[in-house]
Design a protein around this ligand. Structure first.
Ligand SMILES: Nc1nc2c(ncn2[C@@H]2O[C@H](COP(=O)(O)OP(=O)(O)OP(=O)(O)O)[C@@H](O)[C@H]2O)c(=O)[nH]1
Ligand SMILES: [Mg+2]
Ligand SMILES: [Zn+2]
Length: 324
C-alpha cells in the first residue's frame, strides 16, 4: 500500500502497520540494540530495531521508522541532533542521550561520591554546551552532610548551581526545588549507583514507576537498580509557564571516559581556565609544563585548585592515547 492509499484507507492505526509508510517518533528507551519509540501520534510505544548492523541510536533521538508488526518497527533514519552526550575509552563509546538541554549530576551524602566522576561530568556538560546542575541528595543523613558540603564548595565557587534536597525525608521541598530547575528542559540524570536518580524520577513523575533500589532488593536482582536509559515526559503542571520537558534516567556508572574530546575543547571546559587562555606565552600552550603558562601560574598561586588541574592533565593524557 502506498502512502496515498493508506491515507485513503484512513486512520493512523492502518498506516502504522504499513511497512512502507514512514512514521516519526522519539526514542524513549535503549537497551542493547532494542529501542522503544514513542510515536508522534501519541500511540503506545513500540519496540524498534535499527536497520543495519551498527546501532547508533540514542535516547532522545527523533527517528523515522516503519512498522513491521502491530508493536514492532524498524528505525530507518535518525533526525539531526542538537547534541549527543556519550562517554568513550580507547576502544569504544557508549551513548547516554541526544538532544539535551541540561545535565543533572546526582550526588548524595552517602554513599561517598567520586569527585573524579563529578569533574568529568562537568567537563562533558561544558563540552556539549549543556547546563550542568549539581544535586546533593540525602541531606537527611546529617553525619555525612558537612563533608559533602565542604567537597562541593569548590564547585559553587566556580559558579555551578548546587542544589540540596532530601528526596525521601522532605519530598515536598525537594519537589519544589527540582521542578523549578527541571521544568521546560530536557535533562539527563547522571550519577553513581545509589545516589537517588530513579527516586527523583518517581518523585516528579509518579507514574514513572522507575525501579528504585527497594524494588531491586525485593527482586534480589543485584546492586544496580536501573539497567537501561529511559526518557520520561514531565507532566504539565497547572501553574502557568511550566512547559513540561523530560527527564532521562540512566544506570549508575563507575567510569566516565572522555577520549573523544580534543585538547581545545578540554581547556575551554574548565571555566576557571578560560579567562587565562589568552595570557599564556605560547599560543599553542598545553598548560602542562610550558614556561609562561598563565594556567600553571594560577595553580601556583592558588587561584586554580591543583585537583582541577590534575583532572585536566589526566584528561589530556587520556586523549593522547587515542590513535586518531
Ligand atoms: N536517606 C535517604 N535515602 C534516599 C534518599 N533518596 C533516595 N534514597 C535511597 O537511596 C537508594 C538508591 O536510590 P535510587 O533512586 O535507586 O538510586 P539510583 O541513583 O537510581 O541508582 P542506580 O539505578 O543503581 O544508578 C534507595 O534505597 C532510596 O530509597 C534520601 O533523600 N534520603
Ligand atoms: Mg536508578
Ligand atoms: Zn598555558
Amino acid at each position: 500500500m502506498n502512502r496515498r492509499a493508506s491515507k485513503a484507507a484512513g486512520g493512523a492505526a492502518q498506516s502504522r502497520s504499513d511497512a512502507t509508510t514512514t512514521l516519526h517518533g522519539v526514542v524513549i528507551a535503549a537497551h542493547g540494540r532494542h529501542y522503544l519509540v514513542a510515536p508522534d501520534d501519541g500511540g503506545a510505544p513500540l519496540q524498534c530495531f535499527p536497520r543495519g548492523k551498527k546501532s547508533e541510536v540514542a535516547v532522545g533521538d527523533r527517528v523515522d521508522y516503519q512498522s513491521t508488526s502491530a508493536d514492532q518497527g524498524v528505525i530507518v533514519a535518525i533526525g539531526e541532533r542538537r547534541n549527543l552526550l556519550y562517554r568513550s575509552d580507547q576502544f569504544k563509546s557508549k551513548l547516554f542521550a541526544a538532544n539535551l538541554d541540561q545535565l543533572l549530576i546526582v550526588l548524595a551524602t552517602e554513599p561517598h561520591f567520586s569527585e573524579d566522576l563529578l569533574g568529568r561530568a562537568l567537563v562533558a556538560a561544558e563540552a556539549n554546551g549543556l547546563k550542568p546542575i549539581i544535586l546533593l541528595n540525602k541531606i537527611d543523613l546529617e553525619a555525612a552532610l558537612p563533608l559533602a558540603r565542604q567537597r562541593l564548595e569548590r564547585y559553587r565557587a566556580l559558579g555551578y548551581t548546587v542544589l540540596e534536597v532530601s528526596e525521601k525525608k522532605h519530598p515536598e521541598e525537594a519537589h519544589a526545588i527540582l521542578c523549578a530547575h527541571l521544568y521546560g528542559h530536557q535533562t539527563i540524570l547522571l550519577g553513581q549507583s545509589g545516589m537517588g536518580k530513579s527516586t527523583l524520577v518517581n518523585l516528579l513523575i509518579p507514574d514513572a514507576e522507575a525501579a528504585t533500589r527497594e524494588i531491586s532488593t525485593a527482586l534480589n536482582s543485584g546492586r544496580h537498580t536501573t539497567t537501561f536509559t529511559r526518557l520520561y515526559k514531565l507532566p504539565k503542571t497547572d501553574d502557568e509557564g511550566s512547559q513540561g520537558g523530560a527527564l532521562i534516567d540512566s544506570p549508575g556508572f563507575q567510569e566516565f571516559g572522555l577520549y573523544h574530546l580534543t585538547e581545545g575543547t578540554l581547556e575551554r571546559a574548565f571555566p576557571e581556565f578560560r579567562p587565562l587562555l589568552a595570557h599564556c606565552r605560547f599560543y599553542n600552550c598545553h598548560h602542562l609544563h610550558e614556561p609562561g603558562c598563565a594556567v600553571l601560574e594560577a595553580v601556583e598561586d592558588g587561584r586554580i585548585a591543583p585537583e582541577r588541574h590534575a583532572l585536566y592533565a589526566q584528561l589530556v593524557h587520556e586523549i593522547s592515547q587515542v590513535v586518531r
